[in-house]
Design a protein around this ligand. Structure first.
Ligand SMILES: C[S@@+](CC[C@H](N)C(=O)[O-])C[C@H]1O[C@@H](n2cnc3c(N)ncnc32)[C@H](O)[C@@H]1O
Length: 220
């Protein structure tokens, strides 16, 4: 079903998610699962960087739109960079979200080591309105069994880690939105759990990867 004339379900669109979300009707997404830039000027071992990881200009406007397009009494799970937690929390609260949980993803390896061995990722559970309490709540520490190898994206998330979040906070046939979809990991997890999806990505090469991965895994 078309969201508007330009944005179609089960597609990934190339562009700035702030502009693309403005094309979506209010209250049209059932669940948002996203992994925005951590605002850390990240560089991986081969020198790959992430667009918009060097500034926070996009943070407030993108979560304002995310809040608007999310249905009432629904959830957004957003990964975030712990060194900029204050900026993320301010942006989410200013957009209207309530902070209702925090998720820690326990890695079986260290991503890097400086003052500590950095062995976890993290995300907040954000609510719009007053969603019903679940009968069987998801635990807030989730195992992150292995590295993806970051073949498609320098900060690629494992699809298997995303599926329990999608199952917990949406239903089959729902629309899952990822405004910062990178190489499409959330979109694959949504599709594989029987949800519809829409993804947005600013970087053409990651957009191409998402399109390729979705097409390949449909064939495979
Ligand atoms: C942390 S990465 C997401 C990686 C993804 N979870 C994966 O597994 O491939 C964040 C992505 O947001 C994209 N991005 C940054 N600013 C954006 C914007 N304004 N609109 C859409 N995408 C944006 C970056 O290009 C990057 O690919």
């Amino acid at each position: 079903m078309a969201l508007t004339c330009n944005l179609i379900r089960n597609t990934v669109a190339l562009g700035n998610c702030i502009d693309l979300m403005k094309q979506m009707p209010s209250r049209s997404a059932d669940f948002i699962l996203t992994d925005p830039p951590y605002i850390t000027r990240y560089l991986d071992r081969s020198g790959r960087s992430v667009m918009n990881d060097d500034n926070a200009d996009w943070l407030g406007p993108s979560f304002e739109q995310a809040y608007r397009v999310l249905k009432c009494n629904s959830f957004c799970v957003s990964f975030y960079g712990w060194s900029k937690a204050d900026l993320f929390l301010t942006a989410w609260r200013n957009a209207g979200f309530r902070i209702v949980g925090h998720l820690v993803f326990r890695k079986s390896y260290a991503s890097s080591a400086k003052f500590l061995r950095y062995e976890h990722e993290q995300a907040y559970l954000l609510a719009k309105g007053q969603p019903e309490l679940p009968e069987f709540p998801l635990g807030d520490v989730i195992d992150w069994p292995r590295s993806t190898g970051n073949r498609f994206h320098p900060t690629q998330k494992p699809v298997e880690v995303l599926k329990p979040l999608i199952r917990a906070f949406s239903s089959r046939g729902d629309l899952v939105l990822d405004p910062f979809c990178g190489s499409g990991s959330t979109l694959i997890a949504a599709r594989d759990t029987g949800r519809n999806y829409v993804g947005f990505e600013l970087d053409e090469k990651h957009h191409d990867s998402a399109v390729t991965r979705l097409a390949a895994e449909i064939r495979g």
